[in-house]
Design a protein around this ligand. Structure first.
Ligand SMILES: Nc1ncnc2c1ncn2[C@@H]1O[C@H](COP(=O)(O)OP(=O)(O)O)[C@@H](O)[C@H]1O
Ligand SMILES: [Mg+2]
Length: 160
């Protein structure tokens, strides 16, 4: 019997990243899906969980060259992936919604490219629904427990 899932059903996958090599491999798997070029990915997790590390591996896998700075002080860092722009956000220090206009975030989200956001909960009201949410939890032994949730058809394609 063929089962059709309702469109709002979320798909979830859990992963264990024992070392940063597992982080790199997981990012590389995501990067193989062509639809990554227009995805919005939220990264959740405490300071030091590995959000920036994961983003760096993802951007590298997508062909970004040169230094990949953490956007902690700038809110957003623009990058050029192979064939599309990639925007790396960090909303940790983001507490005034008026900054939204200054940073031109609406224009960025309305335009093409990959968007990856650390601390999306600090800008939740201003952000669209994420295609994929990656929740990273550092364990006592330094391994990472990771929950990846798809919220849209594009996100489900990324998870496949
Ligand atoms: N899978 C992993 N296993 C062990 N250490 C990791 C792993 N992923 C990241 N790290 C280390 O943990 C730290 C995470 O820092 P960072 O990526 O800046 O975290 P965040 O952006 O979530 O604050 C880095 O020192 C990185 O080398
Ligand atoms: Mg970070």
């Amino acid at each position: 019997m063929k089962v059709t899932l309702p469109i709002l059903e979320t798909a979830t996958r859990t992963e264990r990243w024992r070392t940063e090599e597992d982080t790199r491999a997981s990012a590389a798997r995501l990067a193989r899906h062509p639809c990554i070029a227009s995805a919005f990915i939220e990264l959740q997790g405490d300071l030091g969980a590995g959000k920036t590390t994961f983003t760096r591996h993802l951007l590298r896998a997508l062909g970004v060259q040169g230094r990949i700075k953490s956007p902690t002080y700038t809110v957003v860092e623009p990058h050029e992936a192979a064939g599309f722009p990639a925007w790396h956000f960090d909303f940790y220090r983001f507490d005034d919604p008026r900054e939204l206009e200054d940073a031109g975030l609406r224009d960025i989200f309305a335009g093409p490219g990959l968007k990856v956001a650390e601390w999306p909960e600090k800008a939740a009201a201003a952000l669209p629904v994420a295609d994929l949410q990656v929740r990273i939890e550092a364990l006592a032994n330094d391994e990472r427990n990771v929950t990846i949730t798809a919220n849209t058809p594009l996100g489900e394609e990324l998870l496949a």
